[in-house]
Design a protein around this ligand. Sequence first.
Ligand SMILES: O=C(O)CCC(=O)C(=O)O
Ligand SMILES: [Fe+2]
Length: 339
Amino acid sequence: MSESEVTMNLELETYPPMFRQQNNQSCSHQKVDEPVGESELTIPVIDLHCLSHDELGGACRDWGLFRLVNHGVPSSLLRQLHEHAKELFSLSFECKKEIFCSPLSYLWGTTAISPSGAALLTGPQNIHWVEGFHFPLGQLSQLQPQHPTLASFRLLAEEYGKHMGRLGRTIFKTMVMELNLDPGESETHLDECTGFLRVYRYPLRSMANSAWGIEVHTDSSLLTILNQYEVAGLEVLKDNQWLQVEPISDTLIVNLGDMMQAISNDKYKSVKHRVRLNKDRERISIGYFVFPKEDSVIRSSKYKPFTHGDFRAQVQQDIKTLGFKVGLEKFKLTQASSP
Ligand SMILES: O=C(O)CCC(=O)C(=O)O
Ligand SMILES: [Fe+2]
């Protein structure tokens, strides 16, 4: 066996067996539409140092997504987080399964988990070509990881989580003002204790029998802050066109989720997006997701009143019975039922 074959076999050990078995059914010949590059349509840029309500509102209404600059997260922290994430993923599959115990979880082939942290997967047709670590930020202090790689990642995740909390608060407060919502009532719509990090690794396209790491979806969150590092893959739907979101160093991507769309009464968009597997490089991304308080009621003229708890339960039921998330449509008032 040549040296490169030995390395490849060792790397294969780090992937879930489900991915290794499918390895030889590659469909890299399959034709999939290429996205448009960002030079043709420019993603709005929001500068946190001089946060303009109008610019933020415009980006949330027209796109549901923007690039955040001057966010105050040190570039050294962004770099270290990725280096440590890479190291964590390079542990063997068995080791990852063992060290990611409650309140953390390790998932693969799916991005959906139940409240207990168990993966929700329906069938082989719905495989997502991604493996990930779930870090509920509110519970990290209870954690005493024995494994040194996980222990050092935990420290970085805690520091990064504080920055994410600060960014989420600032952005949400500005959105509340821009939408003229009652600040008192809106307070429960961002609950920092719900914040979690998802650290994802997408394999090379040649390993998968699909072009997609994660297929088209909207996030269920209030808002999501994404840190994609060096390797492209994220695509966003804008005016019926798929656009590649270029990784630009020291910038973060903020996208709005379903909860924000409902709170804004559909003024803001929960943007459709997907992740394409890269042909040449594995891809690592780190996402921060934050939600409303589990039982705070979201009221608007477009949807029946519901809590995030109701929404999550509906999504889990749809994944189990239909194999996919239906989302906000399930809560929409039809003309006949609207007050
Ligand atoms: O990896 C990415 O860039 C996006 C991940 C994503 O869309 C998600 O976790 O919901
Ligand atoms: Fe997403």
